[in-house]
Write a protein that binds this ligand. Sequence first.
Ligand code: F0G
Length: 358
Amino acid sequence: MSKHGRMDRWPGIIESYREFLPVDEKTPVVTLLEGGTPLIPAPRLAEMIGGNIDLFLKFEGENPTGSFKDRGMTLAISKAKEEGARAVICASTGNTSASTAAYSTRCGLKAYVLIPEGKIALGKMSQALIHQATILQVKGNFDEALSLVKQVAEKYPVTVVNSINPYRLEGQKTAAFEVCDVLGSAPDYHFMPVGNAGNITAHWMGYNEYYKCGKIASLPKMIGLQAAGSAPIVHGRVIKEPHTIATAIRIGNPASWKPALEAAAESKGEINLVTDEEITEAYRMIAKYEGVFCEPASAAGVAGVIKLNKRGHFKKGEVAVCTLTGHGLKDPDFSIGISEKPETIPGGLDSLIQALGF
Ligand code: F0G
């Protein structure tokens, strides 16, 4: 409790994990108090899946801009500010652009975001717009947009805040710390969607740092899930025209391809794929059985749990954490599109009673 009698507030990931991050007293901390997201037990979902596992959902949709990107963005933007940058740039399937726009406007940095035309979810677009980022829609996919961003930043005074910026991964590793802090140990498995492959890389860094300093005594198996139409790592080749309903992970040439493969190999985990149908089914189940609303891409991890469980992968009582990377409200078109339309009643008590079936 603070001296005002209120609960102490969560100070954001930089203040919470300062000793693990590349910051010092000169770093101006730009924060929206990101992180500290809930690790939600999911016993009904585990039961419906038919697994004997202890399942938890790390709900990153509860970050300030509704996705895990805020963890990396607070650090990337703070360091850009420290280094005297005037402008930042990113390519994005939507969430990075929302986070970039929010954190940069908060500290007076100019933000440029490149997005694949027509392929980002409505909520994400609305965020980048309202925070006054300069948005450029590219006639091409995320991979092409990221390639343009890298070329511009080589020649012009603008800082890239995609996950090729090492501060992004440093910030994102704090999600692994939080999981361990809550569980009191590392889980047996950590499942998550893989797009540009930065997040799985960051988590593996985080778990290893906690292991090395003795905070945890074991490491989890890292299980990354790509969408079947966008699964370059699983197939071992660049996918020129990636496709999936999970637009956040519609990526054919991930920047952190190699470290993601290493994370899977070193942890004795795997990078696997799930179909759009499997993702949609998991997305529905998370919402229906646990009351948690994530965006489609975020459900890929749970789809992975379902897939591995069918193979008889888990031992009774094993602990599995699934990161739900973004909030369901990011993509309302998708949830409405797969749901039944509500019935309209003429009004009046009789029609209501009839419709309710009393
Ligand atoms: N889930 C969501 C909701 C995402 O937005 C992303 C990536 C991922 C998973 C995959 O994470 O790239 O670290 O493997 N979104 C990026 C963006 C590409 O531009 O917002 P990753």
